[in-house]
Write a new protein. Structure first.
Length: 365
């Protein structure tokens, strides 16, 4: 009898990782008879196929709890599930050392997926040593870019397997054409967009500082889509520098593609990533990309600068210069958009999903 697959994802927050979770989990349930998902985020239950057994705390209030509490209660649920039925394979969709520990102590095979580059995990040598120890205990580690795989090997001596994020081009194009209200006011202006959680990792303050430098040099309008702890800081910067007529913060929307379709440039200012979905989505809609050269993903997606412009992490002056450079050289730079679109076959939806299934199949026997 093949093992039941338990997908472990305690906290679902609506970002790029979660998009991949919905896609991968729903695909696997079409290939595997018994799939369970452990999560404390009940509000996303309807995003999964009904054939997936959704295991969560009884109370609906867990969605409001801290991430640490969600992880704790879900680890207890995982322990309970394993003790009830040892014939399981665990797939931790986000690397978690406690999940690995429970599985190894109970003799359960575990595949773990890492979503953000090791450079962003911790600066502490002690913590890195712990990560190294536990990651090497996992039966398989998945990462979503080859740069990421090299970082895992360098930082933790882990031999990971690269599976790119599956990209559904048709779905993105279809959703981008859904009629919605217009977010950009002027058609003649340079329309710039940033999409991502308002947190330190995404470093939107660097983006705003760059826009502040060019506010008297070129005509532009910028929209930042997201939510998070840095929102107040970003609003204060916009107000202090009198940018309200040029920059708009938009709360997280379920379908950002119609807004992305309106834009001309997408800017990613992150300090670290894994494989940022938003860059792939922008390429599908043939938008020009200016991204920080952060670990990992942007350099790989943008073909080392042949498919878009890269700037040094946190260097808002360089970012400002790149935006002006694009404004002055649109026609010349359009070939970068064409090349990056051409190379999207690497992220093919079906072939990358099938890689997940083939890998899991090896551990189900």
């Amino acid at each position: 009898m093949k093992k039941r697959l338990i997908i472990f994802m305690p906290s679902i927050e609506g970002g790029g990782v979660e998009k991949n979770l919905f896609i991968v989990a729903n695909y696997l349930t079409r290939k595997i008879k018994r799939v369970s998902l452990i999560s404390a985020s009940k509000k996303y239950k309807n995003r999964f196929q009904k054939s997936i057994a959704f295991i969560s705390p009884k109370s609906d209030k867990w969605d409001l709890k801290s991430r640490k509490l969600k992880y704790l209660v879900c680890l207890i649920l995982l322990l309970r599930e394993i003790l009830r039925d040892r014939n399981v394979l665990v797939f931790a969709f986000q690397a978690n050392i406690y999940c690995i520990l429970i599985c190894k102590l109970l003799g359960i095979k575990i595949i773990t997926r890492s979503n953000t580059a090791p450079e962003g995990w911790s600066k502490s040598i002690f913590k890195k040593t712990i990560f190294k120890f536990f990651l090497n205990m996992a039966d398989q580690v998945i990462a979503n870019s080859y740069d990421f795989i090299r970082s895992l090997k360098y930082e933790f001596n882990v031999d990971g397997k690269c599976i790119y994020n599956p990209l559904d081009k048709r779905e993105i194009e279809k959703k981008s054409k859904i009629t919605t209200k217009k977010y950009f006011n002027k058609k003649s202006t340079l329309r710039i967009i940033n999409i991502g959680r308002f947190v330190d990792q995404k470093d939107q303050i660097t983006f705003l500082k760059a826009l502040n430098l060019i506010k008297h040099k070129i005509d532009f309008e910028a929209i930042l889509i997201g939510k998070g702890n840095d929102e107040v800081m970003l609003k204060n910067f916009i107000n202090k520098n009198k940018l309200k007529n040029k920059i708009k913060l938009v709360n997280f929307v379920e379908n950002p593609y119609p807004i992305l379709r309106e834009a001309e440039i997408l800017v990613l200012s992150s300090k670290f990533e894994g494989l940022p979905n938003v860059l792939l989505e922008a390429q599908v809609l043939k938008k020009f990309i200016i991204s920080s050269n952060c670990p990992t993903g942007p350099r790989e997606i943008l073909l080392n600068g042949k498919g878009g412009l890269l700037f040094e992490i946190g260097n808002f002056k360089e970012l400002a210069d790149k935006i002006i450079f694009y404004k002055k050289n649109k026609k010349k730079l359009s070939k970068l958009i064409k090349l990056s679109y051409k190379k999207l076959y690497r992220f093919d939806y079906n072939s990358n999903l099938n890689k997940y299934f083939e890998l899991i199949k090896k551990f189900q026997i």
